[in-house]
Ligand binder design. Structure first.
Ligand code: HEM
Ligand SMILES: *[C@@H]1O[C@H](CO)[C@@H](O)[C@H](O)[C@H]1NC(C)=O
Ligand SMILES: *[C@@H]1O[C@H](CO)[C@@H](O)[C@H](O)[C@H]1NC(C)=O
Length: 327
């Protein structure tokens, strides 16, 4: 009788361990035992890369967003598989920093081969990017594994700079993110730059009447036109957070509210009462007595975004090189 009970107990325990493995979840410190220095190594690489190119943090942060929104956060954005490569999709234009991820991967492979996924490198690099830019530091959940698919046709639902706020909301809902996540994550535009390419229509041929988008502040407009003249270099880059492009702060929210949004999609957030109210809340306009923390909410939404469609446990693989499947 006793033996039978013990036997049943052992069976139940081993079953739950098995289920635990197949339904493994992300957790903080996933590499604590298998590669204890993983996060330090990545941070060093990001720091060094930033020292020689201050554009790196913004590139890392954007890369994580683009990775997560197609096929989940699984490193699919990093793969080079010819013309079909996901990274060649229209919606991914301008992504950079692949070499930095590869550098981190090479150092990790040297230290603990076959352990740290490329998807996790991207997630950790995004976190480091935020803190290097004087934003909040937060613990990143890890344990993502790398995916087996890279196909640009899967990126068709990537949020686009010309989307209406209604469509942006919809695309975020599809990924399990709500309207607050949309506003808060879009606040990532507090750092980084945009190519003139994404501004040309907004400056010279906005819909429906042509000419400049009337929502652009009259002081900002000549500045943007000067930086991005009609037949100028569409690859020239301008800060997205006017006057505060390298620091992580709430200036971007204020800019959006005051007609200083640079991107069309940022400006759109003023066109919807719900997104506008969320913007206002961080600036103390909705309720003076409760001022939510943009930093805390940003962290919360980043963690949420970092969970989209992740492959854990025995799904996926740990790539040896980030731009190539293991075979
Ligand atoms: C709401 C939908 C979004 C749209 C339509 C959008 C669109 C864009 C566009 C057009 C650029 C300029 C790209 C270039 O010229 O290289 C850009 C840059 C950037 N985006 Fe977004 N974005 C969105 C959401 C996000 C989110 C959720 C994040 C991260 C959490 C993010 C992070 C960034 C960063 C950091 C940059 C600067 C990149 C750099 O300086 O190299 N964006 N975004
Ligand atoms: C990419 O996806 C498209 C559309 O689903 C499909 O027709 C095509 O065969 C895929 N290409 C590869 C190489 O998997
Ligand atoms: C502002 O927030 C406080 C505290 O939550 C609440 O009691 C009050 O009713 C709110 N005021 C408005 C105008 O929403």
């Amino acid at each position: 009788m006793n033996n039978m009970l013990i036997g049943m107990f052992v069976m139940i325990i081993s079953c739950s361990i098995l289920i635990g493995i197949s339904e493994a979840r992300l957790k903080i410190g996933f590499y604590d035992n298998t590669c204890p220095d993983a996060e330090f190594i990545i941070r060093d690489v990001i720091r060094d890369a930033t020292d020689s190119d201050p554009k790196v943090p913004a590139q890392m942060l954007r890369l994580h967003f683009h990775d997560c929104f197609v096929q989940g956060c699984d490193g699919s954005i990093l793969i080079d598989n010819g013309r079909v490569s996901e990274k060649r999709a229209r919606g991914h234009q301008g992504l950079k920093g692949f070499d930095v991820v590869e550098e981190a991967k090479a150092r990790l492979e040297f230290e603990c081969p076959g352990v740290v996924s490329c998807a996790d490198i991207v997630a950790i690099a995004a976190r480091d990017a935020v803190s290097i830019s004087f934003g909040p530091f937060y613990e990143v959940e890890t344990g993502r594994r790398d995916g087996f698919v890279s196909n640009k046709s899967l990126a068709a639902r990537m949020p686009d700079f010309g989307d209406s706020v209604k469509l942006l909301k919809h695309k975020f809902f599809e990924k399990g993110l709500n309207v607050k996540d949309l506003v808060v994550l879009n606040g990532a535009h507090t750092i980084g730059t945009t190519a003139c390419f994404f501004l040309m229509d907004r400056l010279y041929n906005s819909s429906p009447h042509g000419g400049p988008d009337p929502s652009i502040d009259e002081d900002l407009l000549p500045e943007l036109m000067d930086a991005c003249p009609p037949n100028g270099d569409i690859n020239f880059r301008v800060p997205m957070d006017h006057n505060s492009g390298e620091t992580f702060d709430t200036q971007i929210l204020e800019n959006i509210r005051n007609g200083f949004a640079v991107l069309q999609s940022d400006a759109e957030l003023m066109d919807d009462p719900v997104t506008r109210r969320i913007l206002d809340s961080y600036l103390g306009f909705t309720n003076q007595s409760v001022l939510p923390s943009f930093e805390a909410d940003f962290v919360e939404s980043m963690v949420k975004m970092g969970r989209i469609g992740v492959k854990t446990g025995r799904r996926g693989e740990i790539r040896r090189v980030c731009n190539t499947f293991n075979d």
